[in-house]
Design a protein around this ligand. Structure first.
Ligand code: GSH
Length: 209
């Protein structure tokens, strides 16, 4: 099994977290996003969107990080990250969908403006930063309220929902994501960051611009 990824990519991180937590042997292949390798013909043949991550399981090629997470869990006997009963799966799927539609895109705006652009010597666009911060405030408030009464996002245990959402906050410090007002969210993020899988998937220091 091969995973095409980039070490600083939050979308890759949620798959790496799943791989590490489940202990799946995967060959990791870096796609050099700074050099535009994702837009070259070999990678476009894997993913016509020109994005990472992509999983290649003996010719079964799968893109979209949350689909890859679910596939890996389904292929792992005895795993507990993805429930097998309909309601449990729906609960986790609800948060995976919400992460993809709302929380992660909001985080991504501010990560791009405050972190990715700095890597390439570009200035952040203040209007975009403000737009991203407003979206984070809106969606993080929902997650924070939810986490006020529970330790984990779904099912009262660690699931793919936690790994998916936490990956979107991986660059909260360097990208200055405005999560200071959300104490329950920060406490939950701390719990995820204590996981061995989190520690083993930490990206290397960002290269200079
Ligand atoms: N919805 C996709 C998003 C993937 C995505 O946006 N990947 C980013 C890295 S975090 C990427 O490949 N960017 C390269 C580019 O935009 O050229 C997923 O969840 O896998």
């Amino acid at each position: 099994m091969k995973l095409f990824f980039h070490p600083l990519s939050g979308n890759s991180r949620r798959v790496l977290l799943t791989v590490e937590h489940l202990g799946i042997p995967v060959e990791r292949v870096v796609v050099d996003l700074r050099q535009g390798e994702q837009r070259g013909a070999p990678h476009l043949a894997r993913n016509p969107n020109g994005l990472v991550p992509v999983l290649d399981d003996d010719g079964f090629v799968l893109w979209e990080s949350r689909a890859i997470m679910q596939y890996l869990a389904d292929r792992t006997p005895g795993q507990t990250l993805l429930p097998t009963d309909a309601r449990g799966r729906a609960d986790v799927a609800r948060w995976l969908s919400w992460c993809g539609a709302h929380m992660a895109p909001a985080n991504a705006i501010v990560v791009r403006e405050n972190f990715v652009k700095a890597l390439t010597g570009q200035a952040a666009d203040p209007a975009e930063v403000a737009r991203g911060e407003a979206l984070i405030a809106q969606h993080a408030a929902v997650l924070d309220r939810h986490l006020a009464e529970r330790a984990w996002v779904a099912q009262d245990r660690l699931t793919l929902a936690d790994l998916s959402l936490a990956a979107g906050f991986a660059l909260a410090g360097p990208a200055r994501l405005p999560i200071a007002p959300f104490a329950h969210l920060r406490a939950w993020l701390g719990r995820v960051q204590e996981l061995d899988a989190w520690k083993r998937t930490a990206p290397p220091p960002a290269p200079p611009a």
